[in-house]
Design a binder for this molecule. Sequence first.
Ligand SMILES: [Zn+2]
Length: 428
Amino acid sequence: MHDVAIYSRRVILPKEVVEATIFIQEGKIIEIRKGSLTHPIKNLVDAGNHVVMPGIIDPHVHINEPGRTEWEGFETGTLAALNGGITCIADMPLNSSPVTTTVKALKEKIESTKNKLHAKCFFWGGIVPGNEEEIEPLINAGVRGFKAFLTHSGIDDFPNVTEEDLRKAMPIIAQHHLPLLVHCELESNFDFKSGNPRSYNNYLQSRPDKWEHDAIKLMIKLCKEFNCKVHIVHLSSAQSLPLVAEAKSQNLPLTCETAPHYLYFNAENIKDGHTLFKCAPPIRNQKNIDSLWEALQSGLIDFIATDHSPCLPSMKNMETGNFMTAWGGISSLQFSLPVVWTAGRQHQATLNDICHWLCEEPAKLLRLENKNGKIETGFDADLVIWNPEEEFKITKDIIKHRHKETPYLNETLNGVIKEVYIGGQKKF
Ligand SMILES: [Zn+2]
């Protein structure tokens, strides 16, 4: 006997959208009955024409607690996630303090989540120069994989690695079949920092496509050499896509994600001094964006994750508009679904595509593909009910992030979240 049943004319199954009733018992989906409602069903939620989709999985979130909870914390971060239809996140090893590069720090972080989580939460460990000894203990303590930077991470307590450091870490990670997530920018001698610091174009030029290209090239080489799973986070430059295509054609264990802001905004429309748009790598031009959408459609880019990376509002330099010294990170967790859907519709994305990019593929990176990311019998009953046709405007009063500063403020988007279930329990 089921505990609750959810009916909709638009249930997103892996390859189709169908009229169906989902039966849930003890937190799991026990049956998907296709077709219309023919007789009364106990404890029925009738979602009508609203879409029922698996809960969104966001494997790239910076919560910053403990240590920088004034930037964002588990309470506010996961509440924002829940309000956005995200039922599972994975927290990055920075910008908390301490950073998650030791088991001791991981334990402190897990401790700091107590009684604060509104969504499921997993953790990535960090690779920094010299912490190879911590890799296996961190795996045993439950991290789902590791994150490393090839350029300055933005905080001094999480230094970037060199090829030499990766040569020590990757064989160990590969042995455990876990992914190494890499921020792919490799600095070369460009000096645009002397230009007008308020100019967006100057900022864009200061982190050229070449940086991403060189970093991705290096990571593909190491991926092949060590047969270590490599995941490129927030790919922003379409110029690197041929490298990804080549690696994938060789069946290397390489995956990549892009972020909603690289798909929604374009450099042409970012005004000088508007530092809320600063992120690294930077938001590029419209032609580049169109190529990223094509790469999602072709599967070169596997999925979309927010890279929600908030900070104190003062760190965004909104008064001076100085791009060069402003914090690089965009606050966006709560709005990934409507942003991706609103922009995606203009690029022929279907509801199934959205589900593929926000649920199904990210589940694989976290090794949750056998119980999350799809509406399937036996899977966790983590579900979001939303209306793709309804519009809303992002106003400060609806933002659940700790700080309301985001480049999405005042944007009008399609896709309103109606209800969210985690383990069959209505949480929103
Ligand atoms: Zn990030």
